[in-house]
Design a protein around this ligand. Sequence first.
Ligand code: SF4
Length: 452
Amino acid sequence: MKVHIHTFGCQMNVNDTETMMGLLEIAGHEMVETPEEADLVIINTCAVRQKAEDKFYGKLGELNRIRRRRHLIVGVAGCIAEKDGKKLLERDDVDFVVGTRAISRVTEAVSKAMKGEKVAILDDHLDELNAHVARRRMSSHHAWVTVIYGCDKFCTYCIVPYTRGREKSRPMEDVLEEVRELARKGYREITFLGQNVDSYGKDLGDGVSLAKLLMEAEKVDGIERLWFLTSYPVDFDEKLVDVIAASKKIARSIHLPVQSGSDEILKKMNRGYTRGEYMDLIHMIRTRIPDASISTDIIVGFPGETEKDFEDTLDLVRKLRFERINLAMYSPRKGTVAAKYYKDDVPRAVKSRRLQTLLELQKRINLEINGRYLGKVVRIIGEDRMKDGRYYGRTIRNKIVIFESKENPVGRFLDIKVERVTPGPLYGRIIWMEGSNQRLEHEPAEELGVHT
Ligand code: SF4
């Protein structure tokens, strides 16, 4: 059967898609690029915001147009599958549902759907997702590796604890086996994933932690860079900071969502820290890892957010000077505490203005930070080719650098002289490429005074 998977949402979903593709291929199905070529389409959904959910229903509409012309089986996986479960099967346009903890059973769901059975597999089979599961990776040099599933934090606005379940870590030896296998296949970069990746190991009770996992993973020959996503400020401890500081392979990119600069709003969000505690954490990280690149997430327009609360957020951003901010306007998610108890009382126009104000502030900060790269040489790993034929890669501080190359630089180390900066990517030219004779000048790579 020809199968197409459409993926919405976060890297966790991307990794789940890779797993489903691997399992389906082993079962004899052929993966295709578009729904038009497919006999069966799986939509791997995201429920984090209403907009994401709307996109899913838009996609179902598109598939319905194909279904009116010919037979097409449609399955739903991901967070909406988990949230709405069997209810989705009441729809004429959904044939099967696979929950976030049941993706290892995707082939079973597909077989039943091929026989005309409407099926929902929603129970917990996470233990089956071990190092030996076939995964069809999107990249040949970088791999996503999910190390912990679920989240126990219950931030009041967030649907994830309801769609991904409680925290469940994979045994460290199993994760390391996957890392070693990836290294054997030539992978050089790994990103450890978890909704709350710093919680890794806490539920296992055997003393393992993200810090320990990173320390062990960096010993694996062939692995050159290690990343991890997403961190939760309360669980980001000094031990982890020290491990990053001492490492040459762990990325200096730390994503620590703050969500608001107002104590009042943080409390209503149930984030578990105050503005002062968050700022102290960032200062501690920057003291011990002077080249740390810290990014964050902020939600504007949370219920009850006053101009003063928003001013506190602006002030925090001015003081901490993040290197990137993912901004979102609050939208209530049915089933969460915030949707149930707090009125969505900040008008859309006010949310929009606050978002715009933060965007402009962040743009100025980005341009100032990136300006310091002008004329410097940075070391990157080539990541991919862009539509216009140029390539991009990223530094160990997660700066994206765009450049031209005659040879394929993907997966190789390169030194790039930065010739133009923007609030987003840096632009430059290659002065050295691993395994190539394309060395044009000899200058040591540096990243704002720090060797990379
Ligand atoms: S830490 Fe909070 S925002 Fe992040 S996934 Fe868990 S509940 Fe959601």
